[in-house]
Design a protein around this ligand. Structure first.
Ligand SMILES: NC(=O)c1ccc[n+]([C@@H]2O[C@H](COP(=O)([O-])OP(=O)(O)OC[C@H]3O[C@@H](n4cnc5c(N)ncnc54)[C@H](O)[C@@H]3O)[C@@H](O)[C@H]2O)c1
Length: 277
């Protein structure tokens, strides 16, 4: 979809990191941006920063894990802006590092609530009006962890695989319905943001304690940090995503040096298929 003046873009999780950079880049291209986030003060700071740059910006406090709250958010956006051209389901949380056998029900509920249900709610609440107008683009922010399976972030990795698969489903269903609405799923590697501090937004009812020995956790953390490498600047990621939207790319990959990780996984599938011959 060509991005232009007068369009309306909704970005969830827009108070920080990737979401803020996307909102800033879209606003810089003349779009009206509607920011949603669960973190009230950071959201207001983000709104004020963009407004200060002359961007037409609105902000809504919204917990994307809450279906009714996302419905209310969608209604408020339509009431205020009249339409949505671009929906970016970006809000996400990182979860807690540790082996899968130490993932507690609260870890699964929180991670899937935000990362998977948040996307599903966004699609359910915003798509009907977009379908009626027969125009628009949906972007779901997954992760390279949606195409690979790095250890020690089990619920997060599973949630991002879910985001990739539901994006594929959505794209197929829109095509079968003859809708011109396009879908993109973004699968970045490491990007500078506050994702490592995601617990700041975890509801108290879903708080968990690790049962893994502290020295084992310290080794896991050190290995994880070493594997991440240098983070990409969020503004660079945002520019890459905007190009992907304009070129109607379904799968937007952003870290070419990490493509080998995806190839290794595909090679495993390929070997398994050859074993069936
Ligand atoms: N930073 C990375 O290295 C990286 C890599 C791949 C994918 N991602 C994905 O990018 C997206 C953005 O994360 P980020 O890295 O910018 O982290 P971030 O923590 O800087 O930003 C995430 C934003 O989402 C908001 N948020 C959290 N829970 C929410 C909820 N329930 N409802 C609404 N908003 C909520 C936070 O308040 C925050 O403003 C996530 O989906 C994340 O999984 C990040």
């Amino acid at each position: 979809m060509k991005l232009q003046n007068g369009q309306v873009a909704v970005v969830t999780g827009a108070a920080s990191g990737i979401g803020f950079a996307l909102a800033e880049a879209l606003g810089g291209r003349g779009l009206t941006v509607v920011l949603a986030d669960v973190e009230t003060d950071a959201l207001e700071a983000a709104r004020a920063a963009l407004a200060g740059r002359g961007i037409v910006v609105h902000a809504h406090v919204c917990d994307v894990a809450d279906a009714a709250a996302v419905d209310d958010f969608a209604q408020a956006v339509i009431a205020r802006c009249g339409k949505v051209d671009l929906l970016i389901n970006n809000a996400g949380v990182g979860g807690r590092l540790g082996p899968l056998w130490d993932s507690q029900p609260g870890d699964w509920a929180w991670t899937f609530g935000v990362n998977v249900f948040g996307v599903a709610h966004g699609v359910r609440s915003f798509l009907p009006a977009m379908l009626q107008r027969r125009t628009g683009h949906v972007v779901n922010v997954a992760s390279l962890a949606g195409l690979t399976a790095p250890p020690f972030l089990g619920p997060y990795v599973a949630s991002k695989h879910a985001v990739v698969s539901l994006s594929e489903t959505l794209a197929a269903e829109l095509a079968m319905a003859g809708s011109p609405i396009r879908v993109s799923v973004v699968c970045p590697g490491h990007v500078q943001s506050r994702i490592a501090d995601s617990d700041r937004n975890r509801p108290a009812a879903l708080a968990t304690e690790s049962r893994t020995a502290p020295e084992v956790l310290a080794r896991i953390r050190a290995g994880f940090a070493a594997a991440l490498g240098e983070p990409m600047a969020p503004a660079d990621l945002a520019n890459r995503v905007l190009t992907g939207i304009e070129q109607d790319e379904f799968l937007i990959l952003t870290h070419p040096t990490l493509n080998g990780q995806v190839q290794a996984r595909l090679a495993t599938v390929d070997r398994a298929m050859r074993n069936t011959a």
